[in-house]
Write a protein that binds this ligand. Sequence first.
Ligand code: UN1
Length: 512
Amino acid sequence: MSLANLNLAAEADAILARLGVETSAYRGGSLTVRSPISGEELGKLPEMDARSAEQAIDAAHGAFLEWRLVPAPKRGELIRLLGEELRAAKADLGRLVSIEVGKITSEGLGEVQEMIDICDFAVGLSRQLYGLTIATERAEHRMMETWHPLGVVGIISAFNFPVAVWSWNAALALVCGNATVWKPSEKTPLTALATQAIFEKALKRYISEGGTAPKNLSTLIIGGRDIGEVMVDHPKVPLVSATGSTAMGRAVGPRLAQRFARAILELGGNNAAIVTPTADLDLTLRGVAFAAMGTAGQRCTTLRRLFVHESVYDKLVPRLQKAYQSVTIGNPMVDGNLVGPLIDKASFERMQKALNAAKAEGGKVTGGERVLADQAADAYYVRPAIVEMPSQCGPVVEETFAPILYVMKYSDFDAVLELHNGVPQGLSSSIFTNDIREAETFVSDRGSDCGIANVNIGPSGAEIGGAFGGEKETGGGRESGSDAWKAYMRRATNTVNYGRTLPLAQGVKFDI
Ligand code: UN1
């Protein structure tokens, strides 16, 4: 199928209408949104100005004051219904993700599945916001910790997971008793409008079934950096969860710190895998291919650096190069295509710049060229690139959000561990090995320094049950599963005296 005349705008219109989004929300405004599949314009969204963003946040704060009083399991019921509405909308929303981001069909659907999964998780969590009871040194006292709603949670999301990242944050934030304000990427506002409409549907059902919820519980703010800044600086936003580049995090983090607000930062990754002499090479090949080429290299968890032991290098790397040469590139909504487009021209240019820099450092590049330009001049499809590097230098230590895999040979395990950790970022990592010592060392204190460390699977494609995020320039935040919910609540330590005397801690005497 050719990339010309796909008429994606008409299809997006039909999906948005089915999901309950009014056309006025994406017509006649100043924010142009295009499909990376063909470069076709999908809509022009009206943008919010700073003043109205501020008002929206004030209104969200009002919603928080009421929502925090609703018992957590009842708040969970709203998220249960959100999960149901997402199940009903999965095909449409997944397709819209493909149209707006260029993901292949199964990944578009997978993204919505990730939303459903976190809703399920959050529903269970709504009955498990546990605190501890702690032994106290004072007689007839009880000490415990309690967890309370925090306030308005600001969410800044990136184009590559345009809706799942919202749901990781919103599902937890809402069961924890907060209101949310969401600023999506300027590249992907349509899927945000659709998600907001799905949320409204769930809310309506919740209220019609007797649930209590205030207005403005979940607010979408569409616009540019200026309204993001309003959110970051607003005194009634105690937590901002921001996903995006390290540069964005450097701008957001200090501003939040300045007013002692919390940040959950999920920034760049420069994820590596180590392939050791005992690795199952068939499995490794598949794991590496998905992690490095999947989503056209545009996940924060994408595999970007591959260290291969010298004893298996000549067995694995030629097979990998062959897979790179034969991988099917094209319209991501056509079954069988595995690599869709880059998000835009700027992304293509950054990729070419990185490849040129790699060549200048002695890298041997296969692939990386633009393809299908004859079919769609405004869409940027590339053949994923493998670059054999003599050492870890130049662009290898940076994150380029494109399908470039830098391959390096190693001989010594301890030395490769050092190289593995020798980059500024620390999101995800893997080792392919059947040697238990190597596997355990990799996940041990002296192994991978990343937030995610895997054995015999690639670094991307995490499930929602674990905490997601990474160290160093990745920002240190944790979202999604495990006890990530604690970041969305405030902890109080309570000491209750049920006796008639007043013993002081540490034996202090103060008798008046
Ligand atoms: C991201 O790229 O921003 O682990 C998130 C994964 C996905 C999430 C990626 N579950 O690859």
